[in-house]
Write a protein of this length. Structure first.
Length: 139
């Protein structure tokens, strides 16, 4: 397990979250397994690509061929996993009736709160000294 506070952990979480969002926000268990693998492969393919491109002169021919073949295989595997998930973005499914009902409940709660605040502001202030408005002492 990768520490989520590390750079690698944050990158994995970013790719996971992005893929989940692209699938509409509620992937199946099987899709989550593929998403986990895709996030890891994406970072490995990126690291291999960077390494191959940044250090070509320090690699022997056999090493370079091996790394390029590994890069190709991982890229193909990543592509296949992405095709399995689906390359198109999917809209998040919403229950429109439930969303509208929640908006009405929220608006009603706000209306009640305002009414309570207005009624509290309209109530006459109680005399602190115990005297009525005319100056006499209350019995």
């Amino acid at each position: 397990m990768v520490d989520g506070r590390s750079t690698l952990g944050r990158e994995l979480a970013y790719w996971r979250d992005s893929l989940v969002a692209d699938l509409g926000g509620d992937p199946s268990t099987a899709q989550m397994v593929v998403i986990e693998r895709v996030a890891g492969k994406r970072l490995m393919v990126g690291a291999l690509e960077t390494f191959i491109l940044s250090a070509p002169s320090t690699l022997l021919v056999k090493e370079r061929v091996y790394l390029v073949n590994m890069y190709r295989q991982m890229s193909d595997s990543l592509r296949a996993d992405l095709v399995t998930l689906g390359l198109e973005r999917r809209a998040k499914e919403i229950d429109l009736v439930a969303e509208i009902a929640q908006l009405h409940r929220d608006a009603e709660a706000v209306r009640r709160e305002r009414e309570q605040q207005q009624s509290a502001a309209e109530e006459p202030a109680v005399a602190v000294s115990g005297r009525d408005d005319d100056g006499s002492t209350a019995a």
